[in-house]
Design a protein around this ligand. Structure first.
Ligand code: FAD
Length: 464
C-alpha cells in the first residue's frame, strides 16, 4: 500500500491534517508513538485557548500578521506569518466543524475562544474530558470511522528518500521489526523537542522542568535534519516560571504559579544578583531563568507584606499552596540569615536588595531596569523560594514555507516533506519569545499541509 499522506503524530497538527486530507479524498495513515488513541501530546494537556498572537482568530488577517511580526521582533518568516494570518480563522472554523465547541473564559481577547468544557482549575494535570481531549478524541474517531488508518505505538524513526524525494517513513511495530510505510508525502507533526533533555540542553538550557507531555522528543526535527532540512528559532520556548519543587512533585505544576510574587519582588541567580526586569511577565522571566548562568539555582526573594498580599493572588495562590504541598519556602529574619539558608552570597544579596529598595522608594534607576509593580523587601520575616523554568513547548523547528513544505539549506522545498505545529519553525520566537498560540499554529499548518498535498497530488505534472 502506498498512502497519499503519512502523518507522524496524533496531536493538534496531526489530527487536523489527517481529517482535512481525508475530506479532500486522500488515503491517510497516522503513526502515533503512544499506545492509546488519539495520542499523548501537549494538545490533550492544554487549556485549549484558540488565539492568534493573543488576538481573536476572527480578526482581520492584516491585524493578525502585524501582531505576530511585532511579537517576534521580525523573527517570523514573512511567507509563514502571512500564510498563518490568512488561514488561522479558517482553521478555527474547521475545528468547529470537527465538533470543537468554543466559549469565552475571561475578559481578555485571547480568552474569547476556549475549548469547552474548560479545563478545571485545580492542582495536578486535570486534562481528562476537557475540551481539547474531547475534540482530539472526536477527530480520531471520525478519522477511523471514515476508513483512515491509525497506528498507535508505532513511532516514526526515519524518513525514506528516493531520488531526493521523501517516499515514506520507517516505523517499528510493537513486537516486530522495522517496517516501511510508503507514502507520497509525509507530515512531521510530532510536537517539538521539549521532552528531549539533550536537545533542550544543546539549544536552550541544561536545567528545566518539562511543563507538558513527555512524548514530544524532537524526532521529526532529527529526521528532517537527516534529509537536508534546516532549523530556525531554536533558542526560544513558550513557558512559565515554576517552583523548583515541581521537579519532584507533580502536584506543583502547571499550578501554582510564582509569577505574581516574582513581579512584585526580585529574581536572582546563585550569585545573588538580579537577572532580568521582573515586570516583563511570566514568559520573559522563565526565559531569563533558563538562560541565566545558574538555571538550576535561581530564587525569588520577597518580604512578609508580599507573601500576605500578592502571595494570595491567582486562582491557585502560591500562599498557602506551596506550604500545603510540602514545597520549599525559606524564611529568615534578615537578608544575611536568608542567604545562608539559600546558599547565596550574603554581601551580594544584601546589596541587590538595598539598591532594589532604593528603586522602590526613591525611583533610583537600577540594572537590570525594573518596570511594573516593585514592592520593597523589608517587612520581616523575609522569604526565598527556589525556581525553575517550565518549558511547555519549544518554538523553533524545521523551517517551512507558507505551504507547510519543509525547505532545505537553499530554501527549496524537500519534495514530499511537510511539517506543522511544534515540529515546524518560522512562525514563533525572537528575543521576547513571540508567541502565536500553539493551537492556532498547529491547526493552521496541519490544514495547509493537507491542502498542499492534495493540490500536488492532483497536479498532472507530478504524474501522481
Ligand atoms: C499545560 C499546557 C497548556 C497549554 N495551553 C494552550 C492554550 O491554551 N492555547 C494554545 O494555543 N496552546 C496551548 N498549549 C500548547 C499546545 O497544546 C501545543 O502547541 C499543541 O498541542 C502543539 O500541537 P502539535 O500537534 O504540534 O503537538 P502535540 O499536540 O504535542 O502532539 C504531538 C503528537 O506526536 C506524537 N509523537 C511524538 N513523537 C512521535 C514519533 N516519533 N512518531 C509518532 N508520533 C510521535 C506524540 O505522542 C503526540 O501525540 C498548551 C500546552 C500545555 C502543555
Amino acid at each position: 500500500v502506498t498512502f497519499d499522506l503519512a502523518v507522524v503524530g496524533g496531536g493538534v497538527a496531526g489530527w487536523t491534517a489527517a481529517r482535512r486530507a481525508q475530506g479532500l479524498g486522500l488515503d491517510v495513515v497516522v503513526l502515533e508513538k503512544s499506545a492509546s488513541p488519539p495520542g499523548w501530546g501537549n494538545g490533550r494537556l492544554s487549556a485549549g485557548m484558540f488565539h492568534a498572537a493573543y488576538l481573536s482568530p476572527t480578526r482581520r488577517p492584516d491585524e493578525i500578521y502585524r501582531a505576530i511580526m511585532a511579537k517576534t521582533d521580525g523573527h517570523s518568516r514573512e511567507d509563514v506569518a502571512q500564510a498563518w494570518a490568512q488561514n488561522c480563522g479558517r482553521a478555527f472554523d474547521f475545528l468547529q466543524a470537527e465538533g470543537g465547541e468554543f466559549g469565552r473564559w475571561g475578559p481578555e481577547e485571547y480568552m474569547s475562544s476556549v475549548l469547552l468544557p474548560f479545563k478545571p482549575i485545580e492542582l495536578g494535570q486535570p486534562w481528562k474530558g476537557g475540551g481539547p481531549d474531547r475534540l482530539l478524541t472526536n477527530m480520531w474517531r471520525r478519522f477511523v470511522d471514515a476508513g483512515g488508518t491509525f497506528r498507535p505505538e508505532q513511532p516514526a524513526l526515519e524518513l525514506c528518500l528516493n531520488a531526493g524525494a521523501v517516499v515514506g517513513v520507517l516505523t517499528k511495530r510493537p513486537g516486530r521489526g522495522r517496517e516501511l510505510v510508503s507514502a507520497r508525502a509525509v507530515l512531521l507533526a510530532d510536537g517539538g523537542f521539549q521532552g528531549n533533555a539533550e536537545m533542550v540542553s544543546r539549544y536552550i538550557t541544561p536545567a528545566y522542568k518539562l511543563r507538558g507531555a513527555d512524548t514530544d522528543t524532537g524526532d521529526g526535527i532529527r529526521m528532517g535534519l537527516a534529509v537536508g532540512a534546516r532549523v530556525i528559532n531554536m533558542p526560544w520556548f513558550y513557558g512559565h516560571c515554576l517552583v523548583k519543587d515541581a521537579l519532584v512533585n507533580d502536584r506543583l505544576w502547571p499550578q501554582p504559579s510564582p509569577q505574581h510574587v516574582i513581579e512584585a519582588s526580585v529574581l536572582v541567580d546563585s550569585t545573588g544578583r538580579r537577572i532580568t526586569d521582573e515586570g516583563l511577565g511570566n514568559q520573559r522571566n522563565a526565559d531569563a531563568i533558563a538562560k541565566s548562568t545558574t538555571p538550576g539555582g535561581c530564587w525569588v526573594v520577597f518580604d512578609d507584606d508580599v507573601w500576605r498580599s500578592v502571595g494570595k493572588d491567582g486562582e491557585i495562590p502560591l500562599n498557602p499552596t506551596i506550604l500545603n504541598e510540602g514545597g520549599t519556602v525559606l524564611t529568615g529574619s534578615n537578608v544575611r540569615e536568608l542567604s545562608q539558608m539559600a546558599g547565596l552570597p550574603a554581601a551580594a544579596l544584601e546589596e541587590t536588595i538595598a539598591t532594589y529598595n532604593q528603586h522602590c522608594r526613591h525611583g533610583v534607576s537600577i540594572t537590570p531596569k525594573r518596570t511594573g509593580r516593585a514592592l520593597p523587601i523589608d517587612r520581616q520575616p523575609l522569604y526565598a523560594i527556589p525556581l525553575i523554568a517550565g518549558i511547555t513547548f519549544t518554538m523553533g523547528g524545521l523551517l517551512i514555507n507558507g505551504n507547510a513544505e519543509v525547505v532545505d539549506q537553499h530554501d527549496r522545498p524537500i519534495p514530499g516533506l511537510y511539517a506543522a505545529g511544534g515540529t515546524m519553525g518560522g512562525l514563533q520566537g525572537g528575543p521576547r519569545s513571540g508567541y502565536s498560540g500553539g493551537w492556532s499554529e498547529a491547526a493552521t499548518f496541519g490544514m495547509l499541509a493537507a491542502e498542499s498535498v492534495a493540490t500536488r497530488s492532483r497536479s498532472p505534472s507530478r504524474g501522481v
